[in-house]
Design a protein around this ligand. Structure first.
Ligand SMILES: NC(=O)C1=CN([C@@H]2O[C@H](COP(=O)(O)OP(=O)(O)OC[C@H]3O[C@@H](n4cnc5c(N)ncnc54)[C@H](OP(=O)(O)O)[C@@H]3O)[C@@H](O)[C@H]2O)C=CC1
Ligand SMILES: O=C1O[C@H](COP(=O)(O)O)[C@@H](O)[C@H](O)[C@H]1O
Length: 494
């Protein structure tokens, strides 16, 4: 094929899910594909072929898929039946030509029924140790010359600059960068996708989005659960690689980037890379590291009690870090990124805190804040000073509140994976990570990660269910965040 073609109704599309017997496939990939099917977003002749090492009977495989899909009514029950009929399964290994040829025969059998182009999407829901042999086997034996080929790769994309480059080179031996879709599922979240519209389609946000008006930006990820038996995997990576280097840094780059020339994927990603390249590598002085201990009531275990975690592990389960972007727009503005497991709540948010009012004449006024809540309960709200209603003339903090549950009551927010798989089917790469973006991201973290590991830097302890290490408030205050401790929010009655 000379280049990518736009799928038409006569074409056939096969989504091949590698690692189809695994957790990610059942938890995310198949439910997302069903979500697209039931909302008529899958192209007409789409089939889904699962591939993994385990021998699983087709009936059993379909039962497993349906056990992870929630249906709400009879219509959806019927749609699920139709969807399952599109799902088949082939077993084989990830490093054996014969197995891949068998997979190719199965896909050919499906695609020869249709007259048009034969497109293939390969979704690698696989452990990183088999990324390279699997991508090679797919390219050599299952690649189609009669349509588009797209390869979806899941993180981790390496552990540092060097290993990420190695993976990149290995993939590039067989696949064109244009065919590779590196998933960061946070880029598929509704409120992350909303960031560019908020910034570039609103004159009032655009006008104040710079160092003159913004004092600091906080991007926070909190999870109320610990590693839950996955400590063996987690201990190799730690929270910086698990969340900060990818999800939070991606958000930062969209918050900070210049307006792209167009919405074309390359224009968007060019601007994101420029932001990452303008950030200096982190040092230990820029971070606060934490590791959780058991909950005070003894009900929740500490990190070191998770099986698979070495008893003397110093892997951080919490990290806060401050980033500065050397650009005309952002020079001197701290971007504080915080993420942790086993914390007090589930929350991902972006909090933009504005500068103090110049020449202020009112006592006790708080800084304005724009908060974009990514999850849960998606919202955009603006905290600002307002006259206290009534006979008082005091200024109090109030909010302009766009809570999605109230404003968009009939809309179901799609899962991030639904949105991203749809982008792959459409060939839109704007929400996927480009190779140079990845390289720029690793350059910021690699020296710090190596130093933490080399010197076994001990994280501060924090209790399961707390807000994080005791030093957290001092850390964010030191980097400029000022909290309005008197503010009380009253949820609207829906
Ligand atoms: N549409 C909506 O849904 C709206 C919701 N609200 C709700 O109102 C409440 C207050 O809003 P908001 O100001 O945005 O959020 P919070 O008061 O939760 O957080 C404000 C900042 O203060 C920090 N903080 C929270 N608790 C403490 C503490 N005990 N000591 C020191 N620092 C703390 C937070 O840090 P950290 O992130 O680390 O916890 C965060 O950076 C929240 O529950 C919010 O969900 C308000 C307006 C609209
Ligand atoms: O990538 C990851 O993300 C999840 C959190 O994702 P969310 O969509 O539920 O917010 C995190 O639990 C996991 O450790 C990490 O690898």
């Amino acid at each position: 094929m000379a280049g990518p073609v736009s799928p038409s109704a006569e074409d056939s599309m096969v989504v091949i899910v590698l690692g189809a017997s695994g957790d990610l496939a059942f938890k995310k990939t198949y439910p997302a594909l069903f979500g697209l099917y039931k909302n008529s977003f899958l192209p007409p002749n789409t089939d889904i072929v699962g591939y993994a090492r385990s021998h699983i009977e087709l009936d059993e495989f379909r039962k497993r898929i349906s056990s992870r899909i929630k249906v709400n009514n009879e219509k959806e029950q019927q749609q699920l039946k139709e969807f399952l009929a599109k799902c088949t399964y082939v077993s084989g290994s990830y490093d054996d030509a014969k197995s891949f040829k068998k997979l190719n025969d199965a896909v050919d059998d499906i695609q020869k029924r249709v007259g048009g182009y034969r497109h293939r999407v390969f979704y690698m829901a696989l452990p990183p140790s088999v990324f390279i042999p699997a991508s090679k086997g797919l390219r050599e034996h299952v690649y189609t010359r009669k349509g588009n080929n797209r390869l979806i790769v899941e993180k981790p994309f390496g552990k540092d600059t060097e290993s990420s480059k190695e993976l990149g080179h290995a993939l590039a031996q067989h696949w064109l960068e244009d065919e590779i879709y590196r998933i960061d599922h946070y880029l598929g979240k509704e409120m992350v996708k909303n960031l560019m519209i908020l910034r570039f389609a609103n004159v009032f946000f655009g006008a104040v989005w710079n160092r003159q008006y913004i004092h600091n930006v906080q991007i926070t990820f909190k999870e109320p659960i610990g590693t839950q038996g996955r400590g063996g995997y987690f201990d190799e990576f730690g929270i910086i690689r698990d969340i900060m280097q990818n999800h939070l840094l991606q958000i930062l780059s969209i918050v900070a980037m210049e307006k792209p020339v167009t919405l074309d994927a390359e224009d968007v990603r060019n601007e994101k890379v420029k932001v990452l390249r303008a950030i200096q590598p982190l040092t230990v002085d820029d971070v606060l590291l934490g590791q959780y201990t058991g909950s005070p009531d003894g009900k929740e275990p500490g990190y070191l009690e998770d099986k698979g975690v070495p008893k003397d592990s110093v892997t951080p389960t919490f990290a806060a870090a401050v980033f500065y972007i050397k650009s005309e727009r952002w020079d001197g503005v701290p971007f504080i990124l915080k993420c942790g497991k086993a914390l007090d709540q589930q929350k991902t948010e972006i909090r933009v805190q504005f500068q103090d009012v110049a020449g202020n004449i009112y006592p006790n006024i708080a800084r304005n804040e724009l908060v974009v809540r990514v999850q849960p309960e998606e919202a955009v709200y603006m905290k600002f000073m307002n006259k206290k209603p009534g006979l008082s003339s005091a200024a109090v903090t109030s909010e302009l509140d766009l809570s999605y549950a109230k404003r968009y009551q009939d809309v179901k927010i799609p899962d991030a994976y639904e949105s991203l798989i749809l982008d792959v089917l459409k060939g839109d790469k704007a929400n996927f990570v480009r190779d140079d973006e990845l390289d720029a991201a690793w350059k910021i973290f690699t020296p710090l990660l190596h130093q933490i590991e080399r010197e076994k830097i001990k994280p501060e302890q924090y209790a399961f269910g707390s807000r994080g290490p005791a030093g957290l408030n001092a850390f964010v205050e030191k980097h400029g965040y000022r909290r309005d401790a008197g503010y009380q929010w009253t949820p609207p009655k829906i």
